[in-house]
Design a protein around this ligand. Structure first.
Ligand SMILES: Cc1cc2nc3c(=O)[nH]c(=O)nc-3n(C[C@H](O)[C@H](O)[C@H](O)COP(=O)(O)O)c2cc1C
Ligand SMILES: CCCCC(=O)C(=O)O
Length: 369
């Protein structure tokens, strides 16, 4: 933005506009929408805009390095692809295109259990580009533990290097756009391929993905004890839950309100981050997703205690607009912008930015009270 005029659209804004024009409006609403009044979805983005970065100067830090160490992955960028469902609705190549672009960018891909491509095909696509591409598998604990086990085994066999268990969904969020559009099922020709042939599924058919408020830490322990893959918990907002996650041997937590698609009264992800980071106190990596749209957002999250961040909708915009190339553009833009902002802030790498470098915009930043 210059002199109060309209902002010049960046790569993500351009891809978003193109995606909106290309997608079936019902599918656009599914991707873009949130729960309830969509307050949490909007606040995820706005909360970053209320924060500013104080650069440090003359540090001789050189060009910043954007690589980060994560469980089961050395990534070239702190920007991870957050798990999102149904990429087949965005592009005929679906998750295969996303996987190739993430692998080429050296970004960790968290593939959703609700993908329209089987996890083995997702990892094969990633590995066709880079042998050591890191793919993590996101799952919702299923009320029938045999189903959860079968999913985790499939992920391990496919070569995923971590499990991401989403815990913010005891029930599915109330999404008004989907209710209005009557969007509650995949259209013909698409299926949740990971649910095919699981215990209890009809022969040759898929099982519905269940969400259950009866699940507890016991169910998580069962998964942890039955499998070797490291587990990260996604959807942690309360610092006490983060402490429990550490105590239960989780290998990371992802601070997230699910892109504002579950509890609409939840705080913006970036506002919940500092207390979670304090609770975890460096014992395991803390990631954040929700509202990350620029390198400044990435660096703000790093400064507030995140090791890495996830992006959900921007990847879907890229995929819908330009397929694999569009996802590649989103990831390249965010990595380049992050490197640039790190350097402007005097940081050598992703561990460089510190909490004192984040201040509130507005009068408090000036008066300090
Ligand atoms: C269309 C869509 C589908 C999603 N599907 C899943 C999913 O299958 N599993 C999951 O854990 N989170 C899912 N999420 C939440 C994302 O992982 C992530 O928390 C959120 O999108 C981050 O916010 P952002 O879109 O502002 O980047 C989904 C989000 C969107 C927008
Ligand atoms: C059963 C599909 C879950 C998708 C999801 O998590 C979301 O739309 O936010």
């Amino acid at each position: 933005m210059t002199g109060g005029g309209p902002p010049v659209p960046g790569v993500l804004a351009e891809l978003r506009e193109k995606a909106a024009a290309r997608l079936d409006p019902v599918h656009w609403d599914f991707y873009e929408g949130g729960a309830g009044e969509e307050t949490a979805a909007a606040e995820n983005v706005l909360a970053f805009r209320r924060l500013a970065l104080l650069p440090r100067v003359l540090r001789g830090a050189g060009q910043a390095d954007t690589s980060v160490d994560l469980p089961g992955a050395r990534a070239r960028t702190p920007v991870v692809v957050a798990p999102t469902a149904f990429h087949g609705l965005a592009h005929p190549d679906g998750e295969r295109a996303t996987a190739r672009a993430a692998a080429a960018a050296g970004a960790v891909l968290i593939t959703s259990m609700a993908s329209t491509t089987a996890v083995a095909d997702v990892t094969a696509s990633a590995r066709s580009v880079r042998e050591d591409a890191a793919v993590w598998f996101q799952l919702y604990l299923q009320p029938e533990s045999g189903v959860t086990d079968a999913l985790a085994r499939r992920a391990a066999q496919a070569g995923c290097t971590a499990l991401v268990v989403t815990v913010d969904s005891p029930v599915f969020g109330r999404r008004r756009r989907d209710d209005r559009n009557g969007f509650h099922d995949l259209p013909p020709g698409h299926a949740t391929e990971n649910m095919r042939g699981l215990p209890g599924a009809p022969p040759g058919g898929t099982l519905d993905i269940a969400m259950s408020p009866a699940l507890s830490w016991d169910d998580l322990r069962r998964l942890r004890d039955g499998h070797d893959l490291p587990i990260l918990l996604k959807g942690v907002l309360h610092p006490d839950d983060a402490r429990l996650a550490v105590a239960e041997g989780m290998r990371g937590v992802i601070v997230s309100n699910h892109g504002g698609r579950q509890l609409d009264a939840a705080p913006a992800a970036v506002e919940a981050l500092p207390r979670v980071a304090d609770a975890v106190a460096g014992r395991i990596p803390v990631l954040l997703d929700g509202g990350v749209r620029t390198g400044s957002d990435v660096v703000t999250a790093l400064a507030l205690g995140a090791t890495a961040v996830g992006v959900g909708r921007p990847v879907l915009w890229g995929l819908a607009a330009e397929g694999e190339d569009g996802v590649a553009r989103v990831l390249a833009e965010l990595r380049d912008d992050t490197a640039h902002v790190l350097t402007l802030c005097g940081a050598r790498d992703c561990s460089g930015p510190t909490r004192d470098q984040v201040v509130a915009r507005g009068p408090r930043a000036v008066t300090g009270c």
